[in-house]
Design a protein around this ligand. Sequence first.
Ligand SMILES: *[C@@H]1O[C@H](CO)[C@@H](O)[C@H](O)[C@H]1NC(C)=O
Ligand SMILES: *[C@@H]1O[C@H](CO)[C@@H](O)[C@H](O)[C@H]1NC(C)=O
Length: 472
Amino acid sequence: MFLCWCLSLVALIPLTTSTNPGVKVKLTAKGIEYGRQLAVASILQKLKTIKLDDMSGKVKVSPIGKVKYSLTNMKMVDVGLPTAALDLVPGTGVKLSIVNTYFRLEGNWRVKYLFVKDSGSFNLNANDISISTSLSIKTDQTGRPAVNSLDCGANVGKTSIHFKGGASWLYNLFSKYIDSAIRKAMQKQICPLVANAVSDLNNNLKTLNVLAKVDKFAEIEYSMVASPAVSKTSIDFGLKGEFYNIGKHQEPPFSPAVFSLPPQINNMLYIGVSSFTIESAAFVYNTAGALSLYITDDMIPQGFPIRLNTRAFGVFIPQVAKRFPGLMMKLLVKTVKTPVITFEPNNATVQSFASVTAYAIQPNATLTPLFVLNLDSSVSARVFVSGTRLAGAVTLNKMDLTLGTSYVGDFQVGSLDSIFQMVLKMVVIPRMNVQLAKGYPLPTLGKMKLVNTQLLVLKDYVMIGTDVQFTS
Ligand SMILES: *[C@@H]1O[C@H](CO)[C@@H](O)[C@H](O)[C@H]1NC(C)=O
Ligand SMILES: *[C@@H]1O[C@H](CO)[C@@H](O)[C@H](O)[C@H]1NC(C)=O
């Protein structure tokens, strides 16, 4: 029994550690309202394609007697869905209810009785059409959301017809024999067209960028970690939100903490990006060795008080000038472990742990190491949305320099402080900011545009509130 329990616990561990989302998305009532408008527009387009086959028959109409009739060329000329509601069904999905829908058709009529032939055109109005469908929202095998129609009902309440140039008995013919056939023919087509609109919606949902390329090193995974949670006021999606090395998905030695988006109503969509997501990026780039930079003298701005050569450094470390006279120098700055990202309210900070190796460049281009410094620094980050990407910019808070190894004997590391402050501020950070400004893709569907976007840094996550627009 104990063994069983242990085994089941072990089996659970990978599941429970991997299911916390790194990114959360909340669709608010305002977002649902936008969804309703899109749904109505889509169904409207579909309903315009309703086609009615020609109808004909031979019936007895009083007071004429036997009449042969036919209705041909029936065309839908107008469809309206004036009243539609999209309601959330907690735990399941949504229910779309459309009432007072109307169709207007035109066509031609023809009758033959006794020795008379008569014909003309007609207008047909179908009013009081109601359509209702319930949809579940789940995740598909690829981790994208998928909707499924649970039921659909359509009812065409009443129709009225106007025969242009026809005799009054035609109305009897219509109400007795034709009306119900037409209503049935319409009714039969509505739910399949709604299903068609649902399938279009699924095609759009399939455009969720579940694996979005960031650059040559990294991609970010946005698959859903569970089916969306539908409550009375919102639909909440939990996405993985994890950076990976392209091609090899190595898990970092940390996992997402639980966080939840506060109730919000002003924007359609709220996206919470956890510090885990950003830290998984730091893990990927650090592991890929991408967080390193060679600094040569030509990268040091003109007018900088010190150049990268042994004479200039000799002012602070005389042995450098003495043992390696007249040589240019080169620095290698690289992170030695994954930078730590901290989100506190209105405060995003990155702590990084790097080493700086200083080399003398020999005339034959060999690099001779002079010393290695430990450079721990803290930068403040400004995080912002650019298009559909999350980007950033950092400024130096503080820096701490200690000696790692010296190949030139003892020296005062403190004397190099202001040089390295300036190297960070004028060389390293501007280059980092060029990269950070490019940003990385947020979860998006198709050609989604973000508008009225704002961003807040909160404890352990960044919250983006935004409205969306779909352009086709
Ligand atoms: C921001 O947070 C960091 C680390 O959490 C802290 O050291 C720093 O003082 C904070 N800055 C401000 C302006 O609150
Ligand atoms: C390059 O020059 C240095 C210093 O003169 C010497 O120690 C080293 O062996 C040389 N390397 C090569 C590959 O010639």
